[in-house]
Write a protein of this length. Structure first.
Lengths: 214, 138
């Protein structure tokens, strides 16, 4: 279950992209707290500490901003183009008795029976949106797939979820399959020289033109 | 690899400015090969990467190719004088920017995926890095 992680934040007065760039250069991350019809509070957070918690999949934080302390849920994390550094974090205020919708990683354990018959386990859904109490957010949903045979399918309804956790996805949505991999045929060499069809161009024109030349 | 239908046969060269803002996360598989430079990747290079990867994996795992050569590149024939119009389309390329995840693998363990994608990286004209899927927390 999700634990509340306490992080010290500072209220941020300098706004805008240039101020935020300067902030990031000094080892901090800009963030914002909103929700519950209260004022939007721009904050500054320590990058190293926050990145560590986010990489471990933390959802719930207790942010100490000045003398105030707010329980918040991570709403959005922005990363740079390589996905290495956190650029900005959005936090939404939450009550501990509130039901929220969060995305939780889905991990499949075990080797399916179908792999012995030549199949390959394909996990179609690697994370799942669930609805639960703030205090009941699971860190990860694990499911044992050792019973899956060849050409069998695992649906959302077959997952064993912790109590008080409901999936928001359709019950019949596919989570994983065990299928034989059909290798794609290599593209023919003559296909490389052939030209694609041009949309809106009549093929007769070219042919007619050639005929005239002859 | 090339499109089946196109609106125009030839295209201008264009510029490759900035970083990848889309297609820069591992979306289908568990591991990926991310470009660190911008470049044109030809259809032959993509195909070479696919073959290198699938030969290494044999029938294990699944490979996803996240880039497609949409752009035609034209060239003039040898020993031709300049002018007389643009050359004929010669090959097709995919435009790759820093951050683009080009190949993805699923169904194998991390060391195997690393070795398979290293083989793909040798076929690519760009510097690359191995990336793993990052789970969303929001």
């Amino acid at each position: 279950m999700a634990q509340t992680i306490t992080v010290t934040a500072q209220a941020r007065s300098a706004l805008g992209s240039r101020a935020n760039k300067r902030l990031r250069d000094t080892g901090f991350i800009p963030g914002v707290i909103y929700g519950h019809k209260q004022a939007v509070v721009p904050v500054t957070l320590p990058r190293k500490e926050l990145s560590t918690h986010l990489n471990r999949g933390a959802h719930l934080f207790s942010l100490a901003v000045g003398q105030m302390s707010e329980t918040v849920l991570v709403k959005e994390v922005q990363y740079d183009h390589l996905g290495l550094e956190v650029l900005h974090v959005d936090f939404a205020r939450v009550d501990l008795n509130e039901r929220v919708t969060v995305t939780v990683p889905l991990e499949l354990k075990g080797t399916p029976k179908g792999e012995a018959e030549g199949g390959v386990l394909q996990q179609i859904m690697s994370e799942m949106e669930v609805e639960c109490l703030v205090t009941d957010i699971p860190d990860i949903i694990r499911h044992n797939v050792s019973d899956l045979g060849l050409n069998s399918v695992l649906h959302v309804k077959e997952l064993t979820l912790p109590p008080n956790v409901k999936p928001t996805a359709d019950e019949d949505q596919i989570v994983a399959t065990v299928r034989e991999i059909v290798e794609e045929a290599a593209t023919p060499a003559e296909g490389e020289t052939a030209e694609p069809e041009v949309i809106g161009r009549k093929p007769e024109e070219g042919e007619a033109g050639e005929a005239e030349k002859k | 690899m090339m499109p089946k239908r196109v609106l125009y046969r030839k295209s201008q060269r264009g510029k490759m400015k900035g970083n990848a803002t889309r297609g820069n996360t591992v979306a289908f598989g568990d591991y990926g090969l991310q470009s660190l430079q911008s470049s044109w990747i030809t259809a032959r290079q993509i195909e070479a990467g696919r073959i290198a990867c699938s030969h290494y994996l044999r029938r294990e795992g699944r490979v996803f190719i996240r880039i497609f050569p949409h752009k035609p590149v034209s060239a003039k024939p040898l020993e031709t004088r300049m002018g007389k119009g643009k050359g004929e389309p010669e090959f097709w390329v995919a435009i790759v920017k820093p951050g683009t995840v080009m190949f993805e693998i699923t169904g194998v363990d991390e060391p195997t995926a690393k070795r398979a994608l290293a083989r793909v990286a040798h076929k690519m004209p760009v510097r690359t890095r191995f990336v793993t899927r990052r789970h969303a927390v929001a």
